[in-house]
Design a protein around this ligand. Structure first.
Ligand SMILES: NC(=O)c1ccc[n+]([C@@H]2O[C@H](COP(=O)([O-])OP(=O)(O)OC[C@H]3O[C@@H](n4cnc5c(N)ncnc54)[C@H](OP(=O)(O)O)[C@@H]3O)[C@@H](O)[C@H]2O)c1
Length: 257
């Protein structure tokens, strides 16, 4: 079955990590995928090659979403690649995590985090409006840091804003038949979660407070996003779907068994 045959998708931050897995999965499901990247040109080309070698369709598009003209540059490349087609599925995935603790946080770090993690998805979605058809999908990526207090307040605040944005856009775009949802991963083993490997025992510690007893992998998230992108998810909008394996559901967990 190719559930997304004839559909198109843009995955921001698809050169690495979760975005890469999402791009590969949506392409395997039949979509033509725009593989967005910023610094990782070689990596993005590898993702496109992986997709096309498997018989799928993809093209790469570069834009630094931390810059004022990032959205316009992104859409110039996107529209060239789509060649007149609509954009059925928008995945606002690209983000940064600066691990400076709160007591050393600067305005620059806060503003860069806000620019890439909040301002960019807001205006990428706005710019996508004329391209989104009836039945379109917008999927934003938040994090369990919106329900579990952590040390990187600037990042958590930005993800909180993404969840608020999702509900508002779901209400606004519902009349057009476009769904808007958030997926909230817990710790996923990517470059962003390098802190998991910073000292012995951290990874095991996080696994021990996760109901399913391990760290997430990018494919775990890609599957949930593929569902939200599919026709089966047509009646889900304004939702935040926790895809954390049950990270920090409360006391207990795998080590209490
Ligand atoms: N990993 C986790 O534990 C975790 C947990 C919860 C939520 N999340 C969320 O999941 C999403 C993906 O995270 P990840 O772990 O896959 O991250 P990652 O491995 O660090 O990859 C980040 C992606 O974002 C792109 N990006 C970074 N800065 C950019 C910029 N200025 N302009 C445009 N693109 C930029 C990168 O592109 P280039 O490399 O090409 O520059 C890369 O493709 C993010 O929204 C993140 O907040 C992750």
């Amino acid at each position: 079955m190719v559930p997304l045959k004839g559909r198109t998708a843009l995955v921001t931050g698809a050169s690495r990590g979760i975005g890469r897995a999402v791009a590969v999965r949506l392409a395997a499901d039949g979509a033509l995928v725009a593989v967005h990247y910023s610094a990782g040109e070689t990596a993005a080309k590898e993702v496109v090659a992986e997709i096309t070698d498997a018989g799928g369709e993809a093209f790469a598009v570069r834009a630094d979403l931390g810059l004022d003209d990032g959205v316009e540059i992104l859409f110039a490349g996107l529209e060239a690649g789509l060649n007149g087609r609509k954009l059925d599925i928008l995945i606002n995935n690209a983000a940064i995590l600066d691990t400076t603790p709160y007591d050393r946080l600067t305005r620059d770090i806060f503003e860069q985090t806000w620019a890439i993690n909040v301002v960019a998805p807001l205006f990428v979605t706005q710019r996508a409006l004329p391209l989104l058809p009836e039945g379109g999908r917008v999927i934003n990526i938040s994090s369990t840091v919106t329900r579990i207090a952590g040390p990187f307040l600037h990042y958590a605040m930005a993800k909180g804003a993404v969840e608020v944005m999702t509900r508002g856009l779901a209400q606004m775009l519902g009349g057009r038949g476009v769904t808007v949802n958030t997926v909230t991963p817990g710790a996923v083993d990517t470059d962003m979660a390098a802190w998991l490997h910073a000292a012995p025992g951290i990874k095991e510690g996080v696994a021990s407070i996760t109901a399913l007893g391990r760290i997430g992998e990018p494919d775990d998230i890609a599957g949930v996003i593929a569902f939200l992108a599919s026709a089966d998810a047509r009646w889900v909008t304004g939702a935040a779907i926790d895809a954390s394996g049950g990270q920090w559901l409360g006391h207990g967990g795998p080590h209490s068994r």
